[in-house]
Design a binder for this molecule. Sequence first.
Ligand code: HEC
Ligand code: HEC
Ligand code: HEC
Ligand code: HEC
Ligand code: HEC
Ligand code: HEC
Length: 303
Amino acid sequence: MSEPRRALMCWKIAAWTVIGLLLAACGSAAPPTATPAPRDDSAIRAALANGPHGDTYHLNTGPNTYCAQCKSPANYDPQAVIDAPPNCVTCKFPGDTVMRVAAGNPLVPEHEWQGIRCKNCHPIEADGTVQTVVAWWSPLENTYSNMPDSTALCEQCHRDSAAGTLRQREIRQSAVHTDATCTTCHDAHSAAADCAACHNADDTATEFVARCWTPYLAPDAAAPHRSVRCEACHDNGGLAVDRVQAADDPFDGQWTTWRTTMIAGIIPNTKVWVSHNLAAAVDCARCHYDGNPWALTVEVLRP
Ligand code: HEC
Ligand code: HEC
Ligand code: HEC
Ligand code: HEC
Ligand code: HEC
Ligand code: HEC
């Protein structure tokens, strides 16, 4: 074979090889599939943003590196400490004209505050997709721990050390709902919960309402109790009951349960605490007792 012919042959083989490979590649390629549309998380994002976890930066509730442990885990500094009185924590308490500044737990500027985000409760893919699995992110090690259920997750923050104050413990002590986790009743993202979602107080046909309002009460006794929240009657934990009187409180005008804790072991602090320790039995004398401060009728109908 002459040199030119050999060169041409080589070229032809090379060309056919390329074409062949191309054809083989095209032939074996799977038919093109549509990329699945990314999951629409807009409702979840809105629920988180508008709920109590959506904006945790408030000058009056400790926007510092210590309180951040629960309000903005990414801004938490494990070295942060509470200082000696009078300043203790960097905060602008109601009545303070200027911010108290504590060296042990400096202020986090608002633009650096991370808040409570998807990544605190879910691992995030490289492309930003939020995995649906629930896990707790440790800011110190930047790792996730698996959570057996939502209760374990919520209680990473909703806990305190004093005996008897944990929601989970309340539920365990409860005569009802003992199998429930936090998200049995609370929406994971808006954090909203409502007894009436399962026990419909307006459905006058069911035994639930019949037993709530008759024969124990006068037939029309549901009406005066409309301002009495379920937990005020059904609390099983011996909490105090009283009416809320604060125009800016969503419970304004309603009766609920209250709890007193000690700040620094000495200053009593009484706040609304929706009881999670409940029972069917109700003691009317909890409110309708002799000499009650609200002048409620003492003699009320009981079986
Ligand atoms: C405070 C913790 C927490 C945060 C913050 C959080 N989630 Fe969740 N998320 C949960 C829990 C708990 C569940 C499981 C819900 C259940 O058990 O009913 C869940 C479930 C989900 C699910 C699957 C079930 C569903 O509701 O559709 C998706 C998707 C999801 N989260 C996305 C997000 C996104 C996106 C963000 C940020 C905007 C976010 N989550 C922030 C705790 C959280
Ligand atoms: C990263 C810590 C953290 C986790 C996890 C967390 N919370 Fe919270 N939660 C907070 C903080 C902090 C507040 C108070 C927000 C503020 O002060 O602005 C709050 C407020 C709330 C409130 C409103 C309280 C009130 O007094 O009105 C509810 C209800 C609630 N959380 C339920 C839940 C539930 C249910 C879960 C689990 C799905 C959960 N939280 C997980 C930190 C957390
Ligand atoms: C997610 C649904 C759900 C929500 C929300 C809910 N419950 Fe229940 N409740 C149940 C179920 C199911 C039972 C029966 C089984 C049990 O005790 O766990 C029950 C039982 C009860 C009982 C006892 C009934 C009996 O005959 O012994 C009382 C009282 C009660 N609930 C009050 C409340 C109150 C008060 C709230 C709001 C703080 C509430 N529930 C929220 C589902 C719910
Ligand atoms: C049986 C249903 C039920 C279960 C289970 C439940 N909650 Fe609640 N929780 C409620 C209801 C109802 C409210 C009142 C919400 C309202 O009216 O705004 C409430 C209120 C709260 C509040 C704010 C109330 C306050 O005192 O100001 C927090 C915080 C909270 N729940 C945390 C939790 C945590 C954490 C868990 C899991 C350990 C949990 N809850 C389990 C029904 C439930
Ligand atoms: C004024 C007090 C009062 C209020 C407020 C009240 N209840 Fe009751 N409820 C009772 C009484 C009394 C019973 C009967 C208890 C018994 O069996 O001894 C009862 C019974 C129940 C039962 C058991 C019914 C059954 O069929 O076994 C449930 C569940 C219940 N209440 C839920 C609620 C819920 C949810 C709310 C709020 C929407 C509420 N209650 C508000 C007094 C009250
Ligand atoms: C958490 C507090 C609380 C508990 C517990 C409670 N009540 Fe009441 N009760 C009230 C309030 C508040 C009113 C409304 C008073 C008013 O505005 O005149 C009321 C009004 C009444 C009235 C109307 C009385 C009148 O003078 O008009 C009757 C009857 C009544 N309750 C019966 C009962 C019975 C029976 C029980 C027990 C099953 C009970 N209540 C438990 C708070 C409570």
